[in-house]
Design a protein around this ligand. Structure first.
Ligand code: 3HC
Ligand code: NAI
Length: 676
């Protein structure tokens, strides 16, 4: 194995190169190498320059090592060694200088950024805080207020901003080794002055600290790490060694927190889902997209494609709907430009065309159907797409529940049909279920994943079934919520319990937002009933769009629909369920256990590839609280035996939807986790 850190002397300059693909994480071998390199060059070279090889400087500590016994030298010791080096050290930052990577750079005596580099301290997004001096050295370089902004938000900044606020000393363009030589010569000729960050003093800023504390208490009261970040930064006004001790103590509490495990799991879940059986198939290039239907989803999908720089034609035969789509898309693009998500709005506008006929789609690489959820209509549209599109064009459906195999049967080459199930609003939501039908070719799947990457979506491979992964689990959780209501909890109590758990919105508030008729359409296909929702629909109470659903939305704040008293009393009597109103804990247990149960069933049925894919779907498409990692991660942490006993308790009446999935029993028996 080649050494991840190498060094050599070029005249008076010692060059240290970090080469640990793919992102130069500061794994144990890198830490060892850095200390050896500094030991070897100190006093031998007159200046030392450290740079990364490949796509980044250093993307941070090696996240895979979290939770394992730490191996010396730890990153804080590496940073201390660099800072204490009697020969000036300059760091050259390109690609990513994140977390521990930026901490290494701040321990150096000067920093040069290469345009395009992302500099940041994203530890908080992993449930920890910068633990290698970042909370102490950042305020020394840029002040407490700006340090708080970087550390508490975890958001990276670019080279220009880093120069402006004093996080780096220079911005230089070129290849990192060349910049390393140039920066070293500037130190030698006195045009770049090295400084020891730890020797700089920090101006107290009680106001910035108090503002950050209040902001966290208001916005993120359920998160463990952000408040610790603030307390660590507050210690930066003490001498460096004292502040580092405070940082370490707070860091350790974060590492031990279950939230750290959940957030790190979420980080890996986002990446694990791209490992699919079709990964080696050749994806077709996608530059031109066609979208059939300019309604809610067609607009969002078109927006996502335009933001990604693709050429888009939206076919919408209805003149009013077409005008509405044109207006909504322009608003969407303006919003994206305002939020910094779209650099060139004029180009995006040029890339969009609205059309009336499918014949306009003859040169498209991919065509995505987003017409209403009606099988006969979709079959007609696919048959027409088959006749007008290029024979090698990928034909996708955005169907939520329908049988993709039937849809694929409408075309002459079913191997190029797949489901691309976007979530509303499609230009915002990160999840994309890539649904693979019986005949879908590997290259078609690979193209779906490549398109998702271009759109910056988290693509998850799903098999064909009613509701695929996400909506199938959603149906199961809604059933569990309805059961809690029939036992005596009010919809508002169910919502409140699940909002305390961490969902942004409870299931009944969510149904009011999407429209009660949308859920009813899915239930009709499955032949299911939901007596309370159905009674509200019969009154014309469909949610926000009619002013009332489970809640009345006419005043400033939603209040429970007054009609519910009677509807609930009747539904409970009809159901004949013994009244035993569940408390908040019981509501959460029922809801999450239903999610875990269906998640296991979805894996057992081969609809999801792995348990981690279920977590990714719930995290990126259904608002599962990220710090809890996902339902399957939660099951592992709760203990599978406990999950099984809950399922058995909830299913004591013999309900088919509360049977214990085989894979859950098997894993429990083997003492294995659901997440490998
Ligand atoms: N440790 C271990 N593996 C890492 C890693 C890290 N810090 N960062 C990325 N990887 C892995 C990914 O899991 C992925 O592995 P895979 O190919 O097996 O799936 C591979 O590197 C490539 O990553 P991406 O697919 O994310 O590549 P991108 O080019 O899209 O993004 C990146 C690159 C911006 C660097 C992104 O990977 C990233 O944000 N990484 C995490 C950065 C981070 O959070 N750093 C802080 C770590 S905590 C820390 O430093 C603690 C310290 O204060 C003590
Ligand atoms: P919508 O009703 O808002 O839009 C559908 C559009 O298709 C309408 O503008 C209609 O005029 C147009 N249309 C009808 N027939 C057409 C034809 N032959 N050719 C071209 N256009 C035609 O529906 P929405 O909500 O956008 O849903 C579309 C699909 O996306 C459905 O399959 C739905 O299940 C799915 N979906 C919807 C989600 C949502 O939250 N609305 C989420 C995920 C998927």
């Amino acid at each position: 194995m080649t050494e991840p850190v190498t060094w050599h002397l070029e005249g008076r300059v010692g060059l240290i190169a970090i080469d640990n693909p793919p992102v130069n994480a500061a794994s144990h071998a890198v830490r060892v190498g850095l200390v050896r390199a500094v030991d070897a060059l100190e006093g031998v070279a007159e200046v030392i320059a450290i740079h990364g090889v490949g796509r980044s400087f250093v993307a941070g500590a090696d996240i895979r090592e979290f939770g394992q016994p730490p191996k010396a030298p730890w990153l804080p010791a590496v940073c201390a060694r660099i800072e204490a080096c009697t020969t000036p050290v300059v760091a050259v930052l390109h690609g990513a200088a994140l977390g521990g990577g930026l901490e290494i750079a701040m321990a150096a005596h000067a920093r040069v950024a290469v345009p395009g580099v992302k500099l940041g301290l994203p530890e908080v997004t992993l449930g920890i805080l910068p633990g290698a001096g970042g909370t102490q050295r950042t305020p020394r370089l840029i002040g407490i207020a700006r340090a708080l902004e970087m550390i508490v938000s975890g958001r990276p900044i670019d080279a220009a901003r880093a120069l402006e606020i004093g996080l780096v000393d220079r911005v230089m363009d070129g290849a990192p080794p060349d910049i390393a030589r140039q920066a070293a010569s500037e130190i030698l000729n006195g045009t770049l002055s090295p400084r020891v960050t730890g020797h700089l003093s920090v101006a107290p800023d009680a106001e910035a600290l108090d503002t950050a504390r209040a902001d966290i208490a208001r916005r993120l009261p359920h998160l463990f790490a952000p408040a610790r970040c603030v307390e660590a930064v507050a210690a930066a006004t003490t001498p460096l060694q004292e502040g580092l001790k405070t940082e370490r103590a707070l860091f350790d509490t974060c590492v031990e927190s279950p939230q750290r495990a959940g957030l790190v799991h979420a980080f890996f879940a986002e990446r694990a889902v791209s490992k699919i059986p079709e990964a080696d198939a050749l994806a077709a290039p996608v530059g031109k997209v066609g979208i059939v239907g300019g309604g809610t989803m067609g607009q969002g999908i078109a927006g996502a494609c335009l933001i990604a720089g693709l050429d888009v034609i939206v076919v919408e035969p209805d003149a009013d709907a077409r005008n509405a789509a044109a207006g909504a898309l322009d608003t969407l693009l303006q919003g994206a430009a305002k939020r910094g998500k779209l650099a060139d709005i004029a180009c995006a506008r040029r890339n969009l065309r609205l059309a009336t006929s499918l014949s306009e789609l003859s040169a498209r690489d991919v065509v995505i159907e987003a017409v209403p959820e009606d099988l006969s209509l979709k079959l007609r549209v696919f048959a027409e797409m088959d006749s007008v599109c290029r024979p090698d064009a990928i034909l996708a459906s955005n169907t939520s529940y329908l049988d993709l195999n039937e849809i694929a049967g409408a075309v002459s080459h079913p191997e190029r049909v797949l489901g691309l199930h976007f979530f509303a609003p499609a230009h915002v939501m990160r999840l994309l279920e890539v649904v693979v039908a019986d005949e879908t070719a590997p290259a078609t799947v690979a193209t779906g994943f490549a398109l998702a990457k271009r759109l910056r979506k988290v693509a998850v491979r799903a098999g064909v079934c009613d509701g695929f992964i996400g909506n199938r689990i959603l149906s199961a959780t809604r059933r569990a919520a309805d059961e809690a209501v029939l036992r005596g909890a009010s919809p508002a109590e169910v919502d409140a319990a699940l909002e305390t758990f961490g969902f942004a919105m409870g299931p009944y508030a969510a149904q009011d937002l999407s429209g009660l008729d949308v859920g009813a359409a899915g239930r009709a296909v499955r032949g299911e009933a939901a007596p309370v929702a159905d009674a509200l629909i019969a009154r014309g109470d469909l949610g926000h769009k009619t002013g009332a659903g489970f809640y009345e939305h006419r005043g400033q704040k939603p209040v429970p629909n007054a009609a519910l008293t009677e509807i609930l009393a009747k539904a409970r009597t009809d159901a004949g369920v013994k009244q035993n109103p569940p408390d908040a804990q019981e509501i959460i247990a029922r809801y999450t256990t239903a999610m875990i149960r269906e998640g296991c069933q979805v894996v057992e049925d081969g609809i999801a590839l792995r348990a981690i894919d279920v977590d990714a779907v719930m995290l990126f498409g259904y608002g599962f609280p990220r710090h809890l990692g996902g339902p399957m991660h939660m099951a592992d942490r709760t203990g599978l035996a406990t999950v099984i006993s809950r399922i058995e308790r909830f299913g004591a009446g013999g309900a088919a939807h509360w049977t214990v999935p085989r894979i859950l029993r098997d894993h429990a028996k083997r003492g294995a986790n659901l997440i490998a």
